[in-house]
Design a protein around this ligand. Structure first.
Ligand code: CMC
Length: 428
C-alpha cells in the first residue's frame, strides 16, 4: 500500500507522498508544499530534514549501526584497509584485485604536488593552523588542472585519485613547514598510510621507523573517519558541488566546515580538555560539574552526537584500539586514564543519560594519535585525510544525479519590514 502523509493548513489538505529507503527509513516528500500551501518548513540545524537520497552510508543512530555501502564498520576496520574502503565508498563495491592495483597505481602516480606549489607553502606564517593551509592548498591545487572544470565527468577517476593522494602530501608538507623542517617527498614503494608517516617523520639521510602497528593504527583511524553520511562537512561539499563547482573547490569547502570544534575540530579540543584537567590536578569531577552548569557554555568534548543516541560504533573500536596501541608501544598515558574516568562518571550521570550523550569517535582518537607522534594541531587534518573518500563519493553522487538542482534553502525573514531611506544628516 502506498503511504502518504496529509497536511492540513488553513482548511486545505495536501497529500504528500513518501519515499522509503532500502533500510526502511521513511521521508515525507514535501516538494509540493510551497506551491500547495504557500508555506515552507523551518528546521534550524536540519535535525528533521533529509537533504538527499544517498546510497553511500547507512547509520541507525538508535542501534549504533554504521555501514559503508552495506558493509559493517567493525568488519571493515578489522579486515579492510583505508584505500580499499576508499574505493568501496567512491565506486560502490569492494575492488577486485586488478581494480585495487589500478587504483593504488593511480594514487602513486599522483602523489607529487606540482613543484610550483611548494612556493605557496612559503606564503603562510609559521603560526598558520594546518587546516587553514590544507583548505587553501587543496583549492590552489585545482588551479593546476584546468580540465577539472570542463571535463569533470570524464576525468573524475583521475581527479579523485589525485585528491586522495595529494591531500596526504599537502598535510605532511604543512607539518614540515610549520616546524621549519625540510619537506620529505613521497616514496613510490610505500603504501598510502606508511608513505604519509614517512613524509611526516623521515629526516634527510634518516628514514622514519615505520612500525607496522603504528601504520595499522593510523590506517584504521583514516578508515573509521572515511564517511558519515550527511554531516556538516559532507553537506557542505554537496552544497558547493550542487553549484557545479569542481571537486577540489568542493573538498576545500569541506575542510573548512570540518575545522570547527563541534565537528572534526573536536579531536584537538578533546586533548586540550584532557590536558587542562590533568594540569589542574582534577580527576574530572570538577570539570564535569562545570559542564553541567548551564550558565557556562562548556561542553564535554568528544561526547554527544546528532545521530547516535545509544553509542557511536566508531568510538567502541577506537577505544579498543587505544588500549592495544599503547600496549604495543609500551606506553601509558595519564590522559587516557582521565578520559576513561570522565566516561565512567558521565555514563552514570543523569545529565548525560537523559540527553543520550555518549563518547563519539573523537573521544579516544586523539590519544592514539598522540601515542604515534602526530602533533596536536594535525589531529583534525587526520580527520580530513580520512574523510576525503566520503566527500568524493558524495560529490560523485551529486554529479551523477540527473535530478540534482542547485542547493538553495529558503528562510523565514524576521528583519524590519519596508523602511524609507533617511539621509545621514537627518538620522537620530
Ligand atoms: N557536553 C555537554 N552537554 C552537551 C554536549 C556535550 N558534549 N553535547 C550536547 N549537550 C547538551 C546540550 O547542551 C543540550 O542540552 P539542553 O537540552 O539542556 O540545552 C543537549 O545536550 C542537546 O545538545 P545539542 O547541541 O542540541 O545537540 P546537537 O545534536 O545539536 O549537537 C554535537 C551535537 C556533536 C555538536 C554536540 O553533542 C557537541 O557539541 N558535542 C561536543 C563536540 C564534539 O564532540 N563533536 C564531535 C562530534 S562526532 C565527530 C563528527 O562527526 O564531527
Amino acid at each position: 500500500m502506498k503511504r502518504t502523509a496529509e497536511l492540513t493548513f488553513d482548511g486545505k489538505t495536501l497529500e504528500l507522498p513518501t519515499v522509503v529507503g532500502s533500510e526502511g527509513e521513511v521521508g515525507i516528500d514535501i516538494a509540493t508544499l510551497r506551491s500547495g500551501t504557500g508555506c515552507i518548513t523551518l528546521d534550524p540545524g536540519y535535525g528533521n530534514t533529509g537533504s538527499c537520497e544517498s546510497a553511500i552510508t547507512f547509520i541507525d543512530g538508535e542501534k549504533g549501526i554504521l555501514r559503508y555501502r552495506g558493509y559493517d564498520i567493525a568488519e571493515l576496520a578489522e579486515r579492510s584497509t583505508f584505500i580499499e574502503t576508499a574505493y568501496l565508498l567512491i565506486y560502490g563495491d569492494l575492488p577486485t584485485r586488478p581494480q585495487l592495483a589500478e587504483f593504488s597505481e593511480m594514487l602513486t602516480e599522483n602523489q607529487m604536488l606540482h613543484e610550483s606549489m611548494r612556493h605557496h607553502f612559503e606564503g603562510f606564517p609559521a603560526s598558520a593552523h594546518p587546516m587553514a593551509i590544507l583548505s587553501a592548498m587543496i583549492n590552489a591545487a585545482s588551479s593546476y588542472h584546468p580540465n577539472l572544470i570542463h571535463k569533470r565527468e570524464e576525468r573524475f577517476p583521475f581527479h579523485a585519485a589525485r585528491l586522495i593522494s595529494q591531500v596526504r602530501t599537502i598535510a605532511a608538507f604543512s607539518h614540515r613547514k610549520a616546524h621549519g623542517l625540510p619537506v620529505t617527498y613521497p616514496k613510490s614503494t610505500l603504501k598510502y598510510t606508511a608513505n604519509f608517516l614517512h613524509m611526516m617523520f623521515s629526516m634527510p639521510g634518516e628514514d622514519a621507523d615505520l612500525k607496522p602497528e603504528v601504520v595499522r593504527a593510523l590506517d584504521t583511524i583514516f578508515l573509521l573517519h572515511a564517511d558519515h553520511e550527511q554531516n556538516c562537512s559532507t553537506s557542505t561539499v554537496r552544497m558547493v558541488a550542487s553549484s557545479r563547482a569542481n571537486l577540489f573547490a568542493s573538498a576545500s569547502a569541506g575542510v573548512c566546515a570540518l575545522w570547527g570544534p563541534l565537528h572534526g575540530g573536536a579531536n584537538q579540543a578533546v586533548l586540550e580538555m584532557l590536558q587542562q584537567i590533568h594540569d589542574e590536578g582534577d580527576d574530572g569531577s570538577k570539570f564535569l560539574a562545570a559542564v553541567k552548569d548551564k550558565t557556562t557554555d562548556r561542553r564535554l568534548m568528544g561526547f554527544g552526537h546528532r545521530v547516535y543516541k545509544n553509542f557511536d560504533p566508531r568510538a567502541l573500536i577506537i577505544k579498543e584500539q587505544c588500549d592495544k596501541v599503547l600496549a604495543q608501544l609500551h606506553q601509558s598515558d595519564p590522559l587516557l586514564d582521565i578520559a576513561k574516568k570522565l566516561e565512567e562518571i558521565a555514563l552514570h550521570d543523569d545529565y548525560f543519560i537523559s540527553r543520550k550523550l555518549y563518547p563519539n569517535v573523537d573521544f579516544y582518537s586523539g590519544i592514539i594519535m598522540r601515542a604515534i607522534g602526530i602533533p596536536l594541531d594535525m589531529f583534525t587534518v587526520m580527520f580530513a585525510i580520512g574523510r576525503m573518500p566520503g566527500w568524493i563519493a558524495n560529490f560523485k553522487e551529486v554529479m551523477e544525479d540527473p535530478t540534482s538542482r542547485i542547493s538553495r534553502p529558503r528562510q523565514i525573514y524576521t528583519g524590519p519590514t519596508q523602511r524609507n531611506y533617511v539621509p545621514v544628516e537627518e538620522r537620530a
